[in-house]
Design a protein. Structure first.
Length: 119
C-alpha cells in the first residue's frame, strides 16, 4: 500500500512538472521575425550553375533589411539572390512584446531551366 501511495505521488509530481514546463514554453518572451512577402529570384539565362545560395540578413526593429551577408555563394547566382531578398518584406522580431533587431538566414535554391529539345 505504501509503495502504491509513493507511486501515485511520483506520477502527480511528474504530471505537475510537465504542465509547468508546457506553460513556460507557451509564454516565450521572444517572437522571431516573419516573412510578410517575397519576390522570387530570377535564374540568370547566361548561367549553367545550380545549387543553394545562403544569405544572412540583419533586420531593424521595424522589419527593414539593414544588412545582407553572403554565407554561401555561387558566382553567377549570388547577385540574383541578393537582388530578390532586397525586395522581401518582414515583420520584426519581438522581445517581451517590443520590436527588436534580429538576424535570420535565407536560402535560395537554383536549378537551371530545362530549355533544350524534348527527347
Amino acid at each position: 500500500m505504501r509503495s502504491l501511495l509513493v507511486f501515485i505521488c511520483f506520477i502527480g509530481l511528474v504530471a505537475g512538472l510537465g504542465a509547468a514546463q508546457e506553460k513556460k514554453a507557451e509564454s516565450s518572451p521572444y517572437d522571431p521575425p516573419a516573412v510578410v512577402s517575397t519576390v522570387e529570384a530570377i535564374y540568370p539565362l547566361q548561367s549553367i550553375a545550380s545549387g543553394t545560395v545562403v544569405l544572412e540578413i540583419s533586420l531593424g526593429d521595424k522589419g527593414e533589411i539593414t544588412a545582407v551577408r553572403v554565407v554561401r555563394g555561387i558566382p553567377s547566382l549570388t547577385e540574383p539572390a541578393e537582388s530578390s531578398i532586397q525586395q522581401w518584406k518582414f515583420r520584426p522580431a519581438h522581445l517581451d512584446g517590443k520590436p527588436v533587431q534580429s538576424k535570420m538566414a535565407v536560402a535560395f535554391s537554383f536549378v537551371p531551366p530545362n530549355v533544350g529539345p524534348r527527347v
